[in-house]
Write a protein that binds this ligand. Structure first.
Ligand code: IPE
Ligand code: IPE
Ligand code: MG
Length: 235
C-alpha cells in the first residue's frame, strides 16, 4: 500500500440482478446494496482513502418505474437519517453531487441536513452521486460560468473544475464498477479523464471489503503516465 490513493469512485451496479437471481423483488437488492455502502465506507476509513464517491442514482434512473424510484428514495432517506450520527462520530463528511432541482423536497431536506451536520468532518469525504449525470453536471457548470460572466480568455480547466459539483475534491484515481458491465453510464465523465478502471463480475450486494482492498492493490501496480514517458503523479 505504498502509493497514496486519494479518491475512489464506485459504480454500484447489479442490485436488481442480485434480487432477480433469488426470485426476490428488485428493491431487496437495493436494500442489500445500502448495507454494502456501510461496509465499504469502513474499508475506506481503514485504508486511509481521502474521498470515496458512490454512484447511487443517475438522472437516467428517474425513468425507472415509479415504484422502484420511490423505494430507492425512501431507502436513501432512511439510511441517511440512521447514519448521520455515525458519520459525525467517525469523521465522515457527507456530500451529495448531482442535480438538486430534480430531487423530492423531503429527501433533499435530509441530504442537506446531513451535509450541514458533517461539514467539518475530516477523516473521509463520502460523496453520493444522486440524481447525477456527468453531462448534466457539465451543463450546470457551463451555465454558472455564463451567469458569472466569465470571459473566454479566463476560462480554463481550473475554472471548469471549480464550477463542477466535485470542486472540493481531487479527480478519481480509481473507478470500480461491479456487475460485469464495462461502461461509465455518465459517471464523472469530466473527472475520469485519467482514472484507472477496475471491473468485477460481482453484483454490488456480493461485493466485499476484501475485493475492495484487492482493487486498491491492483491499482497500486499500475503505471500512470498522464501522457508523459515516465510515471508522474499529479498532486
Ligand atoms: C444499481 O443496481 C443501483 C441503481 C442503479 C439504483 P441496478 O438497479 O442497476 O441493478 P441491475 O443492473 O438492474 O442488476
Ligand atoms: C449506473 O447503473 C447508475 C448507478 C449505478 C447508480 P445503471 O444500471 O443505471 O446503468 P446502465 O443502464 O446499465 O448503463
Ligand atoms: Mg444496473
Amino acid at each position: 500500500m505504498s502509493r497514496i490513493i486519494k479518491h475512489v469512485g464506485i459504480i454500484m451496479d447489479g442490485n436488481g440482478r442480485w434480487a432477480q437471481l433469488r426470485g426476490l423483488p428488485r428493491y431487496e437488492g437495493h436494500k442489500r446494496g445500502v448495507e454494502k455502502v456501510k461496509e465499504i465506507i469502513r474499508a475506506a476509513l481503514r485504508l486511509k482513502i481521502n474521498v470515496i464517491t458512490f454512484y447511487a442514482f443517475s438522472i437516467e434512473n428517474w425513468q425507472r418505474p415509479k415504484k422502484e424510484v420511490d423505494i430507492i428514495m425512501e431507502l436513501l432517506q432512511n439510511h441517511l437519517k440512521k447514519e448521520i450520527n455515525n458519520f459525525i462520530s467517525q469523521g465522515i463528511k457527507f456530500k451529495m453531487i448531482g442535480n438538486r432541482s430534480l430531487m423530492p423536497a423531503d429527501v433533499l431536506y435530509i441530504i442537506e441536513e446531513a451535509e450541514k451536520a458533517t461539514a467539518n468532518c475530516k477523516e473521509l469525504i463520502a460523496q453520493f452521486a444522486i440524481s447525477y449525470s456527468g453531462r448534466d453536471e457539465i451543463i450546470r457548470a457551463v451555465k454558472k460560468a455564463i451567469q458569472k460572466n466569465i470571459k473566454p480568455d479566463n476560462f480554463d480547466e481550473n475554472t471548469m473544475n471549480s464550477l463542477l459539483d466535485t470542486s472540493e475534491v481531487p479527480e478519481p484515481d480509481l473507478i470500480i464498477r461491479t456487475s460485469g458491465e464495462q461502461r461509465l453510464s455518465n459517471f464523472l465523465i469530466w473527472q475520469s479523464a485519467y482514472s484507472e478502471f477496475y471491473f468485477t463480475q460481482a453484483l454490488w450486494p456480493d461485493f466485499t471489503d476484501d475485493e475492495f482492498t484487492e482493487a486498491i492493490l491492483d491499482f497500486q501496480k499500475r503505471q500512470r503516465r498522464f501522457g508523459k514517458v515516465s510515471e508522474f503523479t499529479r498532486t
